[in-house]
Design a protein around this ligand. Structure first.
Ligand SMILES: Nc1ncnc2c1ncn2[C@@H]1O[C@H](COP(=O)(O)OP(=O)(O)OP(=O)(O)O)[C@@H](O)[C@H]1O
Ligand SMILES: [Mg+2]
Length: 224
């Protein structure tokens, strides 16, 4: 469960999010809105990467400003740009990182890494150098690196912008197959079919909040 209690966020001089009150018990939550409307800032609040200037964000009852570490253990975050996320030179090391941090037994790590890579179209990529991969391959590595540790909440910030149709489909399937809560920020409105709830941001405030068709209609009207 995600809870925002009168949350405002300032970044530099700008008021980026303005008094959001939200309770999100749903398992499939979409986030849409214009460039600069606050989507990524909202997403970053959910794993404590940003903490509110005012108000409170709670994930499974944990206050992100107080228990950031515990929150980050539960929340997997995939960035808009995979280069912000990949830290190790090889694919295998990078995907293993989250498991090592969670003290998974050494013998189990290699098997989980290779199974996760295979599931994301990256079978046998363990020793490939990340900087030699294509943009889309890097995006899939970033996603695999988060999914491998099976977080309770998965936050995806425009995970498909670099991807071809097959890998976009893989992301959709990963979301559909996941039993976890998923928050998906996207400009690709087709991805939100079947979502339970979609939020539309406009200038740091909620312009719409409801089922996909309703929120998307409002978004289109705002952009017209
Ligand atoms: N460190 C910062 N200092 C000042 N303003 C910032 C800072 N970081 C972000 N902003 C501003 O906050 C606003 C919201 O940014 P955010 O990245 O959340 O938008 P977004 O909805 O994700 O946009 P996009 O669709 O382009 O990814 C933007 O106007 C941005 O310029
Ligand atoms: Mg963004």
């Amino acid at each position: 469960m995600i809870e925002l209690e009168t949350v405002s966020l300032r970044r530099g001089e700008a008021l980026v999010l303005d008094r959001l009150d939200l309770t999100l018990p749903e398992r499939r939550i979409g986030v849409i809105g214009a460039n600069g409307s606050g989507k990524s800032s909202f997403a970053r609040l959910l794993n404590g990467l940003l903490v509110p200037t005012e108000g409170r964000v709670r994930i499974a009852g944990l206050d992100t400003a107080v228990e950031g570490k515990a929150v980050r253990r539960r929340v997997g975050f995939v960035f808009q740009n995979p280069d912000n996320q990949i830290v190790y030179p090889t694919v295998g090391e990078d995907v293993a990182f989250g498991l090592k941090a969670r003290n998974v037994a050494k013998g189990e790590i290699a098997a989980r890494v290779s199974a996760t890579l295979a599931r994301h179209g990256l079978a046998g990529f363990e020793d490939r150098l990340v900087h030699e991969l294509s943009g889309g391959e890097r995006q899939m590595v970033a996603l695999a690196g988060v999914l491998v540790s099976e977080p309770d909440l998965l936050v995806l910030d425009e995970p498909t912008t670099l991807l071809d149709l097959r890998n976009t489909r893989r992301i959709i399937e990963a979301v559909e197959a996941s039993e976890r809560t998923v928050v998906l920020v996207t400009h690709d409105l087709d991805l939100l079919a079947g979502f339970e709830r979609v939020l539309c941001f406009e200038g740091g405030r909620l312009a719409a909040d409801g089922p996909p068709a309703e929120t998307i209609a409002r978004y289109r009207a705002l952009a017209a």
